[in-house]
Design a protein around this ligand. Sequence first.
Ligand code: LMR
Length: 328
Amino acid sequence: TTVAAAALAVGISTTGALAACDDGEVVIKFSHVTNTDKHPKGIAASLLEQRVNEEMNGKACMEVYPNSTLYDDNKVLEALLQGDVQLAAPSLSKFEAFTKKYRIFDLPFMFKDINAVDAFQASETGQALKDSMQKRGLQGLAFWHNGMKQMSANVPLISPSDANGLRFRVQSSDVLVAQMEAIGGSPQKMAFSEVYGALQQGVVDGQENTWSNIYGKKFFEVQDGITETNHGIIDYLVVTSVEWLDSLEPDVRDQFLTILAEVTETRNAESTKVNAEARQSVIDAGGVVRELTAEQRQAWVDVMKPVWDQFAGDVGQETIDAAQAINN
Ligand code: LMR
């Protein structure tokens, strides 16, 4: 089925990515789950593809499979380890089977904005997280930004008690399960590709995501509105397998990692803007955006933040302290 899925993805690809691959080139298949345009990850992946195919022509080529056309995030890390793809960029919430250290990124109200996330990732503690799954065969190459998460449901959410009894889709993260339980919701882990249908059919009542995902996958069309909580973050790890990275000729590896570092810097600097534009696009398309007063937002902080206590052991108090020091 992997072959069939690949063929399908190629068949509906509009970029003609395969044409970039010639005999003798190292083929880098990159599978991800979001849109390609108006999305921080989608834009970065396309830029990476373009630059690899132009600048490494004859040595390497890249094929990007966006929109879950090849794998959902719950399958892609296994696919990397089996060599079916060479690159992925799942959100940091999707690594639970490999490390509990990434739980720091899911703790609600841990980071005040993406700049704080960026500074934490750039610190020694943050950089070490890229190497933390080597024993399991995975090598982190770069952190890519998306942005701050917002809450949405099929009823207006102003106070956290409005979420009482609602079913929320969450990514595959126990921290996010605990966070939704803290507001009285009943969380359900689900692949990103299934969220729109689940909201539309009432399998779940609500979800949390960034503006670029809410716009890109049209969640606003099947929700009462979006509440601007900025209560958490979605960020990504660009990840490969240790085995594949080790198999590359040093000059190919160096050139690829240099291009990746440059794309990361360029596109991470634009992520906040891309999400602000997606927020406006939601409004322009008739979606309802609800802003909270400082007092209303504080009620969400008060209910969600105690979740930290449940996971302090996994992430380490000193890591929490380091992240908090950056916010101040
Ligand atoms: C989600 O599953 O909601 C996100 O991680 C999707 C993504 O890659 O942004």
